[in-house]
Design a binder for this molecule. Sequence first.
Ligand SMILES: [Zn+2]
Length: 420
Amino acid sequence: MSIRARLYPTPAQAEAMVVHCGHARFVWNLAVEQSNMWRRDKGPTPNYVAQAAQLAQARREHAWLGAGSSVVQQAALRDFDRARQSWWKNPHHFSRPTWRKRGVHEGFVIRDLTVTKVNHRWATVHVPKVGAVKFRLTRPRAQVTAATSARVTFKAGRWHVSLVTPPPVFDRKPTGAVTGIDRGVANTIATSESVMGSIPGWTPGEQARYVALQQQLARQVKGSNRRAVTKGKIARLHQRLTDRRTDWIEQTTTTLVREHDLIGIEALNTRGMVRKPAPKPDPENTGVFLPNGAKAKAALNKTIHASCWGKFAKRLHDKAANTPAGAKTLVVEVPARYTSQRCHHCGHTAPENRKNQAEFRCVDCGHEANADTNAAENILSRAITLAAGQAVDPRPRRTVDGRNRGTTTTASTTRERKAV
Ligand SMILES: [Zn+2]
């Protein structure tokens, strides 16, 4: 959560803050350079602690750096460290931290923030070595003063502050309700109570517009102004879809967390699934590669990204973590293996149970259900087992009379993977 407000520094304050921006950028770019110098044979690059020590030394050696605010400079290092870690952990969502340019990336971070209310319209934020800088109060005072850190930016002659506030407590009462969620391609989500949800896509009109814009782009000269305009139009179309999907994820996860005390979801390795499969060398001809289904997987990858599963799970976890004590929602991730092949009624696990994408019919007991609902029920059972502190064994069971309840042959495992 962050609150953005326009800052109104006095000319003297603005001058001092420009110096902060320069120092923060200098420190950040040094950290980028150190991280870029990393080579496999030269051992690890200095981490935040080592860099902080180096900065302290540099401040003693260079008077101009030492004259600046150490709080601002250290915060720039930590800012870089956090950006690098986010990128390292989740390269799909975060880009690698790069150089900051003068006149483009003007700003700095303040940690251990002090925000003071002046009157009902104005408040101040304390900037190290600058003092209290005024900003317009646009949100309730309690929200603003709860801010823990801030980012000050300077662009097009204007100063802004982004106050980072802790997420609000998620308001809910215990309901006693539990649910399992199967995440899929045909239905983005299906719950164990047969509730289906689909993430919104483009309208037919938008789709036609997209195709038309793509054709227009192909005809235009590279680097031309007209081409840039078309690119902007395409970007806005994409943004509109992203916003719509974010709204859907926000609304759906809020409802789910509000209504359930326990939510079971699959522990899907979305990162593993979107990785391009390694080419298989042909053992008989060196240098020749066998087909590995990369094309089919690429098509599925698109849909996976489109369904935004990772984002969905993250928001579910975030919101559940902010539920009040005494009314906690528990989100349990369960092993996804065989949840789509296992009969929820009798436990028989076989790829033949899955008649097609939508229908499930157990070849052993004849139980019929929507395939996604059946999978969601299995996910819920596993979540309840895990929440009770017991282990879940996702492998198919064998019955006492020796009858095979589900097969563990290679054929069925491959098919399971495809079904997921
Ligand atoms: Zn059955």
